[in-house]
Design a protein around this ligand. Sequence first.
Ligand SMILES: Cc1cc2nc3c(=O)[nH]c(=O)nc-3n(C[C@H](O)[C@H](O)[C@H](O)COP(=O)(O)OP(=O)(O)OC[C@H]3O[C@@H](n4cnc5c(N)ncnc54)[C@H](O)[C@@H]3O)c2cc1C
Length: 345
Amino acid sequence: MSHHLYQAAIVGAGPIGIELAVAMKQAGIDYIHFDARQIGHTISWYAPQTRFFSSNERIAIAGIPLVTPDQQKATREQYLAYLRSVVEQFDLPIHTYEPVIDIERQTDYFRLTTRTQAREKTYQAGRLILATGGTDRPRMLGVEGEHLPHVSHYLADPHQYFRKKVLIVGGKNSAVEAALRCHHVGARVTFCYRKPQLAEQSIKYWLLPEFKSLIKTGQIRAYLNSHVRRITTTQTILSVETGPDLAVEADFVLLMTGYEQDATLLRRVGVKLEGPQQKPWYDSETMQTNVNGLYVAGTAVGGTQDKYTVFIENCHVHVQRIMKHAFGVDITTPGLATASLSPES
Ligand SMILES: Cc1cc2nc3c(=O)[nH]c(=O)nc-3n(C[C@H](O)[C@H](O)[C@H](O)COP(=O)(O)OP(=O)(O)OC[C@H]3O[C@@H](n4cnc5c(N)ncnc54)[C@H](O)[C@@H]3O)c2cc1C
C-alpha cells in the first residue's frame, strides 16, 4: 500500500482523461492516472480504418493540432497515433493495464484499489475524476446462441468476412457501416432491424444513400420489423412481421445493438444515477457529483447513451470546469469554441 496522498486521481485514459492529465501536469498538480487497458482503449476496438465522424479540430485535445495526411477525418489508426504522440509530448505517466476495482470515500480523501497483473494495490487521492466512458460492454439481446463463437458485438477487420455470409443486426450507424464494409469486402450481407425504419438521424449522412440503394437493388437483403429469436451454429431464426419465422444462414452474426456503461464504481462510491440512461448526477458548472470531491468527465457523464449526444467534442469543457473547481486553476480549453456545433459538419 502506498501512503502517499496524491492531490488527484484520474481514472480512464481516453481522449478526455488524457486532456485532463495534460492540464494537471501543466498546472503542477500531483496526480496519478489509471487505465484498465491501453490508452484510447475504446477507440482501439473500432474496426481497422474506421473514420471518425467528427472533424479533426473537434477531437483534437490539449491544443495539439490533429493533422491527417489526406486532410480527411481521422481514422482509428491516425487518432490512436495522435493520442500516443500527445502522451509522449507531455510525458504523461499513465498506469495502463491497471483497472481501478474499488473506491472508498474516507473522511477527506479517496482510497482506490487497483489490480495489476501481479497483485492488488491501493492509492490515496484527495480528488477523484472518473473519465471512464460509457461503452464498457455490449448491450446483449438475451437470445439463445448469443455467445456462440461466430457471434460478436464488434465489427472485426472486414477481411475476415470475405466471401462469407454475414448477418448484421441493428439499425443505427454501426450496423449500416458494418453492412457496407462487409459488402465492399465481398461478403454476402443480410441485415435485420427490429423497427420499421432505420434510425436515419444516427447514420453518417454519406453512408445512407448507398446503403438504401444496395437494399433497393437486392445486393443487401434487409428485413425490417424483424427480431432475432435464436442463433444456431449455421442459422439465425428471425421473427418477421409479414409472415412465418425465417431462417437466415450465416457464417458470422454481428449484433450491432449498442453498448452500455458499467456503473459499478459510480454506484459503489455513492454517486446518484438518474433516469433510464442511469446518468451520474453532477453539477454542470463544476462537474462535481453528489459525492464531495468526486468529478465525472467525458462521455461518462452520459451514462448508457441510447441516442449519442455526448461526444469528445462537447466534453473538452469538462476539463476547464474541473480544473477551476477542484484546483482553482483557470485554463482555456481547446475545442470549447466549437463545442456547440453539430458533429457532422
Ligand atoms: C465506431 C465508433 C466511432 C465513433 N466515432 C466518434 C466520433 O466521430 N466522435 C466522437 O466524439 N466520438 C465517437 N465515438 C465515441 C468515442 O469513442 C467516444 O466519444 C470517446 O472515446 C469518449 O472519450 P472518453 O475519454 O470520454 O472515454 P473513453 O474513450 O471511452 O475512455 C474511457 C477509458 O476509461 C477506461 N476505464 C473504464 N473503466 C475503468 C476502470 N475501472 N479503471 C481504469 N480505467 C477504466 C477504459 O479502458 C477507457 O480507456 C465513436 C465510437 C465508435 C464505437
